[in-house]
Design a protein around this ligand. Structure first.
Ligand code: TRP
Length: 331
């Protein structure tokens, strides 16, 4: 950490609703790998999750559980900073400032805002609208070079870049303009019940999603119930979205190529294949589940990690915030 030559990475994940296999294979697994090469800062973005009404006790529990799960997935607090967004007050402060350099029209064009306000017409609150500004503050506070994100966050990152460029244009170099980081091997995991839709933690059909903390037997059962396609061959093809999804999950877990998988299951049916994928995922998640239980049970250790993470983050964030305030004339 604090190696001047290393590029800085920042990413965040919301604590609500648990993490799916898609979150893991598509994002969080890479967070661990990135630590070898980059100076990484990871955050449980609790402030982002209150754009939707949350039950206080559940939210409080999920914030800690998410942190424990990130540790179990390989985030190493010795090498990276792991913290809870709301523990570092600079996020909310910079967010206000950046909001004054963001246009209403820009925020109105965010597709996630449009989707979410359509889905929850009863609660289209200001936070939902300015959510991308808070995300920009998260990123810009740490002079981030690279932001690992999924395709659904590309538009928000683009906005963060525009805000940074605009601010730098007015006041001179203040923020690093971040780039997206799209890993070479990130599996896009689709729903097990509708392979044309992304696996989503908010899916009401529990058979459609694998949660990282699902019971081992349940994991295998859900894969056995997974929707497949007509025919009986194990082959990746556009007309076989169900089988292709299972193949990419299997490939992401084992490192095997599609050709190798096709050969492995040549002459076998969907049943054998689905069981094999289920058992592979179950076995891959087992050590994560075990480590999670250890982290969560040691309250003091977890508190210590998060406190020290917040202190380190706050130190870095305060430098950027002070710089922005000076440029504007607030200091
Ligand atoms: N908006 C992101 C999501 O829903 C989470 C997030 C918040 C984030 N702040 C961030 C991701 C900063 C990357 C960087 O997935």
């Amino acid at each position: 950490m604090a190696d001047e030559n290393k590029k800085r990475v920042f990413s965040g994940i919301q604590p609500t609703g648990g993490f799916t296999l898609g979150n893991y294979l598509g994002a969080v697994r890479n967070w661990g790998v990135l630590q070898d090469e980059y100076d990484c800062i990871y955050s449980v973005v609790d402030l982002h999750s209150i754009t939707v009404r949350q039950d206080p006790a559940t939210l409080r529990r999920q914030i800690r559980e998410s942190a424990a799960l990130l540790l179990a997935c390989g985030v190493d607090p010795e090498r990276s900073i792991l913290f809870i967004q709301g523990d570092v007050h600079q996020h909310a402060e910079l967010s206000w400032i950046l909001g004054c350099y963001t246009q209403f029209g820009e925020l109105s064009r965010m597709t996630q805002f449009k989707d979410k306000s359509q889905k929850h017409p009863e609660n289209v609150n200001g936070g939902l609208f300015t959510y991308p500004v808070l995300m920009a503050a998260d990123i810009l506070l740490y002079q981030t070079d690279l932001v690992p994100i999924g395709a659904d966050q590309k538009q928000h990152l683009e906005l963060a870049r525009n805000i940074a460029e605009r601010f730098n244009g007015v006041y001179g170099q203040t923020f690093v303009v971040p780039d997206g980081y799209f890993p070479k091997v990130a599996a896009r995991v689709m729903s097990l019940q509708d392979p044309t839709a992304k696996m989503s933690k908010s899916d009401e059909n529990t058979n459609a999603k694998i949660m990282l903390l699902d019971d081992p037997d349940l994991i295998v059962k859900k894969f056995r119930r997974a929707v497949t396609d007509s025919g009986s061959e194990i082959r990746a093809a556009e007309y076989k979205p169900g089988v292709t999804n299972l193949m990419s999950i299997y490939s992401a877990c084992t490192g095997k190529t599609f050709e190798e998988i096709e050969r492995e299951f040549d002459g076998k049916g969907y049943g054998d294949f689905k069981t094999a994928v289920g058992e592979t995922v179950r076995d891959m998640l087992k050590p994560i589940q075990e480590r999670y239980a250890v982290y969560l049970s040691d309250k003091e250790q977890l508190n210590g990690i998060l406190k020290s993470g917040a202190e380190k983050a706050s130190y870095l964030a305060s430098k950027t915030l002070a710089k922005a305030r000076r440029k504007i004339g607030l200091d």
